[in-house]
Structures are given as C-alpha cells and as structure tokens.
Design a protein around this ligand. Structure first.
Ligand SMILES: *Cc1c(COP(=O)(O)O)cnc(C)c1O
Length: 455
C-alpha cells in the first residue's frame, strides 16, 4: 500500500491546514501551492517533476548547495549520540562550543564570542536587548534608542519587524515598538537625484549623524544595517557609505550593529560582509548561511567591547532560547563551515565565480528595460526601468517585478523580485555554465517585459 497522498490531495491539505509566511493566502489557496520535493546542487524539483535552477539558494541560505550527504551524516551521528541538551545553567555540548570557536576564527580578532539563537529574527531580538543592557551596565540607562533604515529587513519578530523598515510590516501589529527610528536607505538609483553615487553615499550616511543629534547622543544605543540590503532589493550602497557610517558611530559613541544574516558566510566573497566594507561591528547577527539552511540556527557575534561588559559587569543576561546552541543544528553548521573551508568557497566567490557572475550580470545593462545591474560576490540586484536615460521607473513596480519573476519561474529559473528589482543569490557552488543559464533565462523574461509592458 502506498500511503503517500496524491499531489492534488497535498495541495488541498495545504490549503485547508497550512498558513504560509509572506503569502496572500486567498490567492495561494485558489492557485495551489508549488510543492518542492527534492534538490541537488543548485537545482530543485517540484512534485510534477519540473526542474528549476534555484538562483536564490532557497531563501539566501543554501550556500553550499543542496544534497550534501556529509551534513546529513553529521546531524544523524549527533542525533544518535546526543539529540539535545541545552546551554543554560552551566552546561554546553561539544558541537555548540566548537561551532562558536569556528565562527570566531573567521570573524576577526575583536569578534571572539557568539550567542546562539535559532534564527536571524531571534538574533535581532538578542542584540537589541543586549545593546540596552550593555549601556545600562555602563551607567547610561538612557541610551535605549535604536536607529535603523527604511526598507531594511531584520526579521519578523516584534523587534525584527520594528527595526526593519518595511511599511507593510509596521502596519500589521502597531509597529514599530517604542525606541526605534528609521533613516533613509542608500538607494542611489531611486533616491539619489542629481547627486553622484559617491556624494549620495555620504549624504545618506550623514542622516545617521543628524538623527543621533536630533535624539541626543546620550539616548542612542545603536545603529543597525545590513551590509547590502537583501530583502529590500539587493541595494548596494555607494562606496562612500560604510566608512562614513563607521566614523559616525565611533564619533558619537553608539554601537554599530551589522546584520550579517545574508552577507555572512561567503556571500560577498569574504567570510563576513563587514570585512568586504572594512568596518568593525560591535554586534553582528548571523543565521542563514551558517548552516546553509540544513537546520535552523542563528546567533549574534559579540565584540570584545560588548562581551567584556556582559561578562564582567552584567554577569547574568536573562535571555536565551531552549534551543540556543542546539547540538544537532550546531553539528550540521560545523560540517557546513568545514565544507566552505575545504572547498575554498569564500575565495572562489572572491576570485573566480563572483567576478564571472559580476560580468554576466552587468551585461544585462545593455537591455532596454534594465536601469542598473549591481552585484557584490554572489548577490545581485537588477533595477528595472521604464526609461534608462532618466532613471524613470515603471508606474506599477510590484506588478512589473512579479511579471518578470513569474516568467522566470515558468521557464525553470527561481528568482525573486522586490518591487521593480530582480534579485539573485545563488549557492556559492554554482558553476559558470549555470550562471550562463541564469542570465539566458532572465534575459528572456526581460525581453518579454520589453515586448508586453505598458510604461
Ligand atoms: C532573513 C533575515 C533575517 C531574519 O532571519 P530569520 O531566520 O528569517 O528569522 C534577519 N536579517 C536579515 C538581513 C535577513 O535577511
């Protein structure tokens, strides 16, 4: 007897019982959910047998690609030996401790400690509390305000959605919470006006200075930003932006929090995004590529500056998750990082496939509907434009981006759209011919847009 439900059944069961994140459930239930059954390398297969090149690495996370037997084996072995124990009240497990050491070894000399969570959102809540606790312990309990950016993304918990700059998220659930402020993003194409990218980068960074001064330096705890905004549309900041941000945080004595959830673990051709931009965070949330998504795990990289206070002044931080440092997730993450090291994937992105991808991606700028094609490492953002010369955008950006994305998906290419930007973030193992396939299929979808879209 085969008790595997038939495909039509599974879609019906899903509609009846499964509420999906970030999905219009009414539309989804009417259309039927796509059911992904298996995957190998950079390819995923749905329940009809259709094959897709996943140029998005799941959700920015499957850095080592699908189908790694050794990660499955590491998790299996750990489950047999010790499926669970916690890190509360004076204990740890070997994988959790070794994973913290391994992460720290790649993070630079001043970021030597990790606090584990199960996700990037929990990592956000963790540093948010830690930043306030840090300043209070230093005798500055008024330093509680946190500055973030419009169109940033830091997760879906109450603190995560508050710190993120997504209006639609704020509207659901009376967010942001008290103490969170947003400044503009360094999005030159849409908001740079007549300034050069370099001038605009400085201007966008100096909004931080102005906001700190408006709130009062002695009330501001931290500033948070992604090295490159991911969910916001892979918005690559002008080169002038990050050094100025770092200067301001130092001059005004506020903590710099760099959200490494996407940019960490090789995506930009360095172990961490802050290394690409040459800045030193005080706190850095991590998740996604830490385990390549094989099991859920996240954390916060804590600098010695903050850790010294947390250890010597605070002592007991009343915070933690039942599964902080879960041994099975940690074992999978350790094997994932071992693969990244052994196969030299970070260097591969920096020196080989990243430059190859950059050239291929940039070649799309010759297309009539492409305003700008930006990338760093294996993270690409493609700006669609109704008129290239004037940087005029389409009237209905969301419809335009979705149309291109849908065309890609029909053609067997998984891409994501944020408004009128197309996003790519493939596995760090993607081959040159697979990159070519991404570009060919995307180009076909762009042709379709050019031939059909109303301006
Ligand atoms: C995905 C993401 C998060 C949230 O991580 P979850 O694991 O989904 O909770 C936070 N920050 C950034 C930059 C992200 O991309």
């Amino acid at each position: 007897m085969n008790d595997k439900p038939s495909l039509s059944n599974l879609a019906a069961i899903d509609a009846a019982h499964h509420l999906h994140p970030f999905s219009d459930m009414k539309q989804l239930n009417a259309k039927g959910t796509r059911i992904i059954e298996r995957a190998e390398g950079v390819f995923i297969y749905d329940s009809t047998g259709k094959k897709y090149l996943d140029a998005f690495a799941g959700l920015w996370c499957v850095n080592v690609g699908y189908g790694r037997q050794s990660i499955a084996d590491a998790a299996y072995r750990q489950m047999q030996e010790l499926p669970y124990y916690n890190a509360f009240f004076g204990t740890t497990t070997p994988p959790a401790t070794l994973l913290a050491q391994k992460i720290a070894s790649h993070a630079g000399p001043k970021l030597s400690r990790v606090f584990f969570t199960n996700s990037g959102s929990e990592a956000t809540d963790t540093w948010f509390r830690m930043a306030r606790v840090y300043w209070k312990a230093l005798g500055k309990p008024e330093k509680t305000q946190v500055i973030a950016r419009k169109n940033g993304y830091h997760g879906s918990t109450v603190a995560g959605a508050s710190l993120g700059g997504m209006k639609l998220m704020h509207e659901q659930g009376n967010l942001p919470i008290e103490g969170v402020h947003h400044i503009n993003q360094p999005y030159w194409y849409a908001e740079g006006g007549d300034l050069s990218p370099a001038e605009f980068g400085l201007k966008a960074a100096r909004e931080l200075e102005a906001k700190i001064d408006e709130l009062g330096e002695d009330r501001v705890a931290a500033f948070v930003a992604e090295p490159i905004q991911g969910a916001g549309g892979v918005i690559v900041p002008p080169d002038t932006y990050w050094p100025e941000i770092a200067r301001i945080c130092k001059a005004r004595n506020i903590l710099l929090v760099v959200d490494e959830v996407i940019c960490g673990f090789g995506r930009l051709g360095q172990w961490f995004g802050h290394q690409h931009y040459g800045v030193e965070p005080d706190l850095a949330p991590i998740a996604k590529g830490l385990s390549s998504g094989y099991l859920p795990i996240g954390g916060v990289l804590v600098s010695d500056r903050v850790a010294d206070v947390m250890i010597n002044e605070v002592g007991d931080f009343f915070h933690g998750f039942t599964y902080s440092g879960h041994p099975v997730a940690a074992a999978a993450a350790l094997e994932n990082l071992r693969i990244i090291e052994e196969e030299g994937l970070v260097e591969r992105v920096r020196d080989d496939i990243g430059p190859y991808f950059a050239a291929a991606w940039k070649s799309l700028e010759d297309h009539d509907v492409v305003g700008q094609a930006e990338s760093v490492g294996l993270m690409g953002g493609l700006q669609l434009a109704a008129d290239k010369a004037t940087r005029r955008r389409y009237e209905k950006p969301d419809d335009i981006g979705s149309a291109v994305r849908n065309h890609c998906v029909e053609n067997g290419l998984i891409m994501r759209a944020t408004g009128d930007r197309m996003l790519a973030s493939p596995a760090l193992t993607i081959s040159r011919s697979e990159v070519d396939e991404v570009i060919d299929k995307l180009r076909k979808a762009l042709d379709h847009l050019r031939d059909t879209a109303a301006k």
